[in-house]
Design a protein around this ligand. Structure first.
Ligand code: SAJ
Length: 405
């Protein structure tokens, strides 16, 4: 039996996928409300294909509880935030979960950590727990996830994976478990390499997006169309530049690279600069909106609203979202009351200035900053009437009322 600890954005789909592929799975989370919701037959976030997968897993007998189970393999998938000041990983959730696993695990159990951790975290914070509890019989494995929100179910099935283990035989055993559903290649390596590759993958994307964001700024000063420049440059067989945007959100790309900066502050300068570049984008959008207000003679900031609160299109996740960053910048600079915000994907109240229907949102607005290109509006500028649109994601076409980055 497998016990998945932490039923969030990664743990839940992973548990469901294993259960629906014939593995006996119990999902554990310390959040009673979340467990109650799952036991009442409801998923806890919106994701393409998740409800169908949930139904399959329930039919296959998955159980949800707040209790840790006695079983052969544990998969820990709990958050790893970072300290915003010293930029280092905060391993406290991983440590707490692993400590509890060691209290209940039978002899010879395997403890798999799926949570993203910086290189050495397992050696520094988890291995000592085994010594403390005198549980050297338990084997440690790191199996970082790679699935992208918005396409999680497909990617769980098809992405290649990495398994880091002290003992290659244990690595093979865990690889076999993941191969119950994963059709990709599974690379087996040591734990530190697995930790590093995960952080490197997200850092690569952060740096590539930062490059695109910097190009957007350069092209604006130089009077060039950055999208056309990137489109054509990407025709080169060895060039693949990502897209500029209003900032970088989510729990991974703006977070994981800081682990390297925090641990190697003297060396990871290029990565730090990339993160700062991405972090500068919400303020850049705000300045762009101010310029456009002047150009179009809009002098009342309460007539400008923000469409989109999530960190990217067609997800309901607002963690580290560029819109939240923009509202923070606005508050810091005290430039007017917080702008009105609407996001069809976010029903719960996340910010005080949020409204819950498009009509209420558009009422009295002259300008909309389209921070997220949800399918509801992508390629449909008419969804906003004839208002001036600030379009930092390049999803509103090229109308006369559309201002690019
Ligand atoms: N973004 C841009 N320009 C782009 C692409 C993305 O500005 O060209 C922005 C998005 O709008 C968003 C942010 O970057 O705000 C991050 O979104 P994303 O779609 O790039 O990535 P995530 O955070 O949803 O998922 C990433 C993925 N990592 C990589 O592609 C290397 C995913 O595979 C990981 O599993 C996930 O992080 C994770 O959990 O680590």
């Amino acid at each position: 039996m497998v016990n998945v600890i932490g039923l969030g954005y990664i743990g839940l789909p992973t548990a469901l996928m294993m259960a629906s592929h014939g593995v006996e799975v119990t999902g554990t989370d310390y959040n009673k409300d979340l467990v109650a919701m799952l036991n009442a037959g409801r998923t806890t976030f919106k994701e393409e294909g998740l409800d169908g997968l949930f139904a399959d897993a329930v039919r296959a007998g998955i159980r949800f509880t707040t209790e840790y189970q006695k079983c052969d393999i544990y998969i820990v998938s709990v958050p790893t935030p970072y300290d915003k000041v010293d930029k280092k990983i905060d391993p406290s959730y991983v440590v707490a979960a692993c400590r509890t696993v060691l209290e209940v695990a039978p002899e010879g159990a395997v403890l798999v950590i799926e949570s993203t951790v910086s290189p050495n975290t397992i050696d520094r914070f988890v291995r000592p727990l085994l010594e403390e509890a005198n549980r050297q019989d338990v084997s440690l494995v790191h199996a970082p996830e790679r699935i992208i929100p918005g396409n999680m179910v497909y990617e769980l099935l098809h992405n290649n994976r990495t398994i880091g283990a002290d003992d290659p035989e244990v690595g093979e055993r865990v690889a076999k478990l993941y191969a119950s559903f994963c059709q990709g290649e599974i690379a087996i390596t040591d734990i530190r390499t697995a930790e590093m590759t995960k952080v490197v993958e997200n850092t690569y994307r952060a740096v590539n997006i930062a490059f695109a964001n910097e190009l957007a700024k350069v092209c604006r000063i130089g009077g060039m169309d950055v999208y056309e420049v990137i489109r054509i440059a990407n025709k080169h067989p060895r060039v693949n530049i990502l897209q500029p945007g209003p900032g970088v959100g989510g729990h991974c790309i703006p977070v994981d690279p800081w682990f390297l900066v925090g641990d190697y502050p003297e060396t990871a300068n290029f990565i730090r600069l990339a993160l700062q570049t991405n972090f500068s984008m919400p303020e850049y959008v705000l300045r762009r909106a101010h310029e456009a207000m002047e150009e179009h003679g809009i002098d009342d900031p309460s007539r400008v609203g923000i469409y989109g609160l999530t960190y990217k299109e067609d997800v309901d996740d607002v963690r580290e979202s560029p819109t939240l960053q923009l509202l923070e910048v606005q508050a810091e600079h005290l430039c007017g009351a917080p702008m009105r915000v609407y996001d069809p994907w976010v029903e719960r109240d996340e910010v005080p200035s949020q409204v819950h229907s498009m009509d209420e949102f558009l009422d009295g607005l002259d300008m909309v900053i389209v921070m997220v290109g949800h399918s509801e509006v992508k390629g449909k500028p008419e969804a906003f009437g004839d208002r001036i649109l600030i379009d930092p994601r390049n999803v509103m076409g090229n109308g006369a009322n559309v201002c690019k980055l």
